[in-house]
Design a protein around this ligand. Structure first.
Ligand code: HEC
Length: 261
């Protein structure tokens, strides 16, 4: 059984595009980041999720979709918790492709029911593929789909672009050196620079590092919107097991009290 699993993993590894090329400069270990949602009691920082959404919207969304996220989710408990009116206003900013009465392509205003998939029409995919040589993947589950999840994403879009390609690594046209990306050459151009996104909270640094942290936290929530509920449940179960354990021990003592053993 184990052999089968290993064989399947190896086959997948060679079929999937990432990590296949130039294994010599394989992705470096991403530097650790402390996130508010780490650990048993971890919760999302609402303001950080709102900022992360802003970074996604203003920067990443021009290339990446979030097909599993709908505008209505922005007001769900456990997430960035925008108000209903705010979520509606954000949806209304989006231009959703549709057809008019004559069957001609047009756009309409977004609603709470729409998903963040509007830039992924086949034509736009083809344009992005033409421009970057690779289709920007949907990011809905990216924070769960990569080892180190949000820590990896943070490093990939920040420190990953800080180094020159080492001696001997040739960067193909349209490629960019990234020390974190497996293989070292990524189609995504460096997406962030200092001061690029204007945060309303002035005390928050407007740096690549901060943007990367915020958008990674946001993508973690997108990939696991029930994280807080799961943490609460986990804690409840452990508490329950602890109390049950004590009760069982006391009753064991009582039941065997008068028996020699
Ligand atoms: C100009 C277009 C563009 C923008 C803007 C962009 N990306 Fe990308 N991204 C790409 C492309 C193209 C790829 C595919 C790279 C490859 O496979 O070589 C990619 C891949 C990724 C990956 C997958 C890496 C992996 O391990 O497979 C992540 C994560 C990612 N981008 C996050 C982001 C985030 C977060 C932002 C916003 C801060 C962003 N991207 C902005 C084009 C873009």
């Amino acid at each position: 059984m184990r052999k089968i699993i290993i064989a399947a993993a190896l086959t997948l590894g060679t079929v999937l595009p990432f990590g296949a090329a130039q294994a010599s400069t394989a992705g470096a270990e991403p530097p650790h980041v402390d996130f508010s949602f780490d650990g048993l009691f971890g919760t999302f920082d609402r303001n950080q999720l709102k900022r992360g959404f802003q970074v996604y919207k203003e920067v990443c969304s021009s290339c990446h979709s979030l097909k599993l996220l709908a505008y209505r989710n922005l007001k769900d408990p456990g997430g960035p918790e925008f108000t209903e009116d705010e979520a509606k206003a954000l949806a209304a900013e989006a231009q959703i492709p549709t057809l008019d009465d004559a069957g001609e392509p047009t756009t309409r205003k977004g609603t709470l029911a729409d998903h963040f998939a509007y830039q992924t029409t086949p034509q736009e995919h083809a344009t992005l593929k033409g421009a970057y040589g690779s289709i920007p993947p949907d990011l809905s589950l990216m924070a769960k789909g990569r080892e180190h999840g949000p820590v990896y994403i943070h490093a990939l879009i920040s420190v990953g672009y800080e180094h020159e390609a080492p001696e001997g690594v040739t960067i193909p046209a349209g490629g960019n050196y990234n020390s974190i990306f497996p293989g070292g050459v990524i189609a995504m151009p460096k997406p962030l620079s200092d001061g690029q996104v204007a945060y309303a909270e002035k005390e928050i640094p407007q740096t690549v590092d901060q943007y990367a942290k915020d958008v990674s936290a946001f993508l973690m929530w997108v990939a696991e919107p029930k994280l807080e509920a799961r943490h609460r449940l986990g804690f409840g179960v452990i508490l329950f097991l602890g109390i049950m354990g004590v009760l069982f021990f006391l009753s064991y003592r009582r039941v065997w009290r008068n028996v020699d053993h």
